[in-house]
Design a protein around this ligand. Structure first.
Ligand SMILES: Cc1ncc(COP(=O)(O)O)c(C=O)c1O
Length: 443
């Protein structure tokens, strides 16, 4: 144990005589392997240094020939941190708000046990954009889902009068809600579950986009089911868009059996799918939603739960809390993330640029019908799936795209998701698609 010696910023940031600017991608990899947990497998030989504009990442490595020089590479960001940066990197209004807040307004952090004035602004903005009665701030996406889960159980006991400890929350197969124990208890993905049991009880899964299975379960156990907790479009599963009439039928069933419809809008919210929230695309209104990712404008982790009064009102002091949920700086960022969503018409941009990207996908599919099996998406949450053959490998596509200057990542063996910032330009979409075509052609 020793006190580390830390100096400098950026490439000159130096910890115990190791200066960041001197580290090669493999040095970074070695440090991560030696000193970090191996819960991610980042693309190899590339390290992001900074951003050039709202959708361009700059990767940097030291030059082997000249100690004072760097080799730089530009990447179009086709992923925008899994939809956390819908507003574009370093959105000026959000950055200005943060700088102004810290330098002039001077209130970074106080706990929730004393009121601060920025909470009011956040609650007003978040209830307004969601059209919900009440909002509770949290930090990460999974926390918003987990609080939704807890609130559904509370509502089940207090309002629906489910007998104590018998409450069931229904989820969908292929779901992704994050990595806490409750979230992996609902997951059916062995990678995220293996050897983490025993799991949270009172969870049942039905196939996604299958109204009959849901109805059968509601018929059998509806008196003990508090909520159906789902993503309106499954993101991590490979951008699975349910049939047009699925959500209206689900909404009807939920009403019939007095079961809450709880939607996880962490990835689909904030304009991503061409509407502020994806449920709007299907003409339904959930009882409660969880938001995260772009709720923090790509600057801070900000998440929240928004829902009907009778659900949120089941909370009592001490039943829920979070040191950084809605602290002053996060409240300001949250307000400006919403302001940017509205001012920049991000949902509309997602629709227009999404159509442009899907047209390119479909052209590529028509050109290579033996390679591309399906294209899917809404707005700028898009994916293409290749046929399940060894040479059509999603990871290889990600690596080749990287070599062509595009950052995207496979979700499963043969599916590649593309979900850039909602501020991306028409030229960047065309350029990304041209590179994608080259890569698919080369497979
Ligand atoms: C639908 C959905 N819910 C929850 C989460 C978890 O968010 P976080 O990683 O911020 O906890 C994610 C993350 O990808 C997500 O896609």
């Amino acid at each position: 144990m020793s006190n580390p010696i830390i100096t400098g910023y950026g490439d000159n940031l130096t910890v115990n005589n190791i200066r960041l600017g001197d580290l090669s991608p493999s040095d970074h990899e070695n440090i991560e392997k030696e000193k970090g947990g191996q819960n991610y497998k980042p693309l190899e030989d590339v390290v992001v240094s900074h951003v050039k504009d709202s959708s361009t990442l700059i990767c940097r490595k030291p030059s082997k020939n000249d100690v004072d020089a760097y080799i730089e590479e530009e990447l179009i960001d086709g992923l925008c941190c899994y939809s956390a940066v819908n507003q574009g990197q370093l959105n000026k209004d959000i950055v200005d708000a943060v700088v102004h807040h810290l330098k002039n307004e001077k209130l970074p952090t106080v706990p929730r046990s004393i009121r601060h004035k920025y909470m009011s602004a956040f609650l007003l903005a978040a209830t307004s954009i969601t059209g919900m009665d009440k909002v509770v701030p949290k930090v990460s996406g999974v926390e918003s889902w987990e609080l939704t889960f807890k609130l559904c159980r509370r509502w089940g006991y207090q309002i629906k009068q489910i007998p104590e400890n018998e409450c069931i929350i229904v989820g969908a197969k292929g779901n992704f809600h994050g990595r806490t124990l409750a979230a992996v208890s609902m997951s059916d993905d062995p990678d995220s579950r293996d050897e983490f049991g025993p799991f949270v009880p009172g969870i049942e899964l039905v196939p996604y986009n299958d109204i009959e299975s849901l109805e059968n379960l509601f018929k059998e156990k509806g008196d003990r089911i508090a909520a159906f907790s789902v993503e309106p479009i499954q993101g991590e599963a490979g951008v699975i868009v349910p049939d047009e009439n699925y959500w209206p039928q689900v909404e009807k069933l939920c009403k019939k059996y007095n079961i809450l419809l709880a939607m996880d809008e962490v990835q689909t919210g904030f304009g991503r799918t061409g509407a502020n929230f994806a449920y709007e695309l299907f003409g339904v209104k959930p009882d409660i939603i969880g938001c995260g990712k772009a709720a923090g404008g790509g600057i801070l982790p900000v998440s929240f739960v928004a829902g009907k009064k009778e659900i949120i009102d089941t909370l009592t002091p001490g039943s829920e809390g979070s040191t950084f949920g809605g602290y002053p700086l996060a409240s300001v960022v949250g307000v400006y993330a919403i302001k940017t969503l509205v001012d920049l018409k991000l949902a509309e941009n997602a629709r227009v640029r999404g159509d442009q990207l899907m047209n390119h996908f479909n052209d590529i599919k028509n050109e290579f019908p033996d390679k591309i099996k399906e294209t899917r998406g809404k707005g700028l949450l898009t994916a293409f799936e290749m046929f399940d053959e060894t040479h059509l490998d999603g990871h290889k596509v990600s690596v080749e795209l990287l070599n062509h200057g595009v950052y995207a990542k496979e979700t499963h063996h043969s599916t590649v998701r593309i979900a850039p910032a909602l501020t991306i330009s028409a030229e960047q979409i065309d350029s990304m698609a041209a590179k994608l075509r080259e890569v698919i052609k080369s497979l």
